[in-house]
Ligand binder design. Structure first.
Ligand SMILES: [Mg+2]
Ligand SMILES: [Zn+2]
Length: 197
């Protein structure tokens, strides 16, 4: 989990659209190992030397697709199923809120919904190393890439489309999948002089 020379190397991954496809089944049901793309499973195994955190806006709770207790149980089961595949996730952070939530208790301008950096700061606070290198992977400019900009950490946008990465100071590249981004992640987390934090 901890790199040599007391360096901590962290990969933050979005859930919907990065670990999973954006199929309705994956979005309106709580997380399940069968929703994880096969190539994302391969990628997670290739990233097993790093601290892995999932950070997800789980608006399905806010819209009443599933309850928070169903979500918690599903995440526990997912992490156990992944451990069975030799994939170790440090934590699965999620925001259950949404400004337009149907379930009134989750209709709130919360502090944890991406692009808020709340969970990134929480994860980084648990790494008391002088040197932390990290990268965030997400498929949404508005939530994921913006979050990385505010947090001041490297990001990679998962998309098939072309995007002018120069608009974002911390956006390193785009990539069609998590798996295809693995070489760039290795370069960012192991390379010299290119880490932002
Ligand atoms: Mg997403
Ligand atoms: Zn929230």
């Amino acid at each position: 989990m901890i790199g040599k020379d007391s360096e901590h190397r962290i990969v933050f991954v979005d859930y919907h659209g990065v670990l999973t496809d954006l199929a309705a089944e994956c979005v309106t049901n709580p997380p399940h190992v069968s929703h994880i793309r096969p190539d994302s499973l391969v990628a997670l195994r290739l990233l097993s030397g790093y601290c892995l955190y999932v950070i997800s806006n789980q608006a399905g709770v806010a819209f009443g697709d599933y309850t928070r207790s169903e979500l918690d149980a599903s995440i526990s089961k997912l992490l156990a199923d992944l451990r069975g595949l030799a994939i170790y996730i440090n934590a699965f952070f999620y925001c259950p809120h949404h400004p337009l939530a149907k379930v009134s208790m989750y209709r709130t301008p919360c502090k944890c919904r991406k692009p808020s950096t709340f969970f990134i700061r929480e994860a980084l606070a648990s790494h008391r190393s002088s040197t932390v290198k990290s990268v965030l992977l997400g498929d949404s400019v508005e939530t994921d890439i913006e979050c990385a900009e505010v947090a001041g950490i490297n990001s990679i946008l998962i998309t098939d489309k072309k995007l002018n990465t120069a608009k974002f100071a911390n956006l390193v590249s785009t990539s069609p999948s998590l798996l295809s981004a693995v070489p760039t992640i290795h370069r960012l987390l192991n390379g010299e002089g290119i880490s932002r934090r």
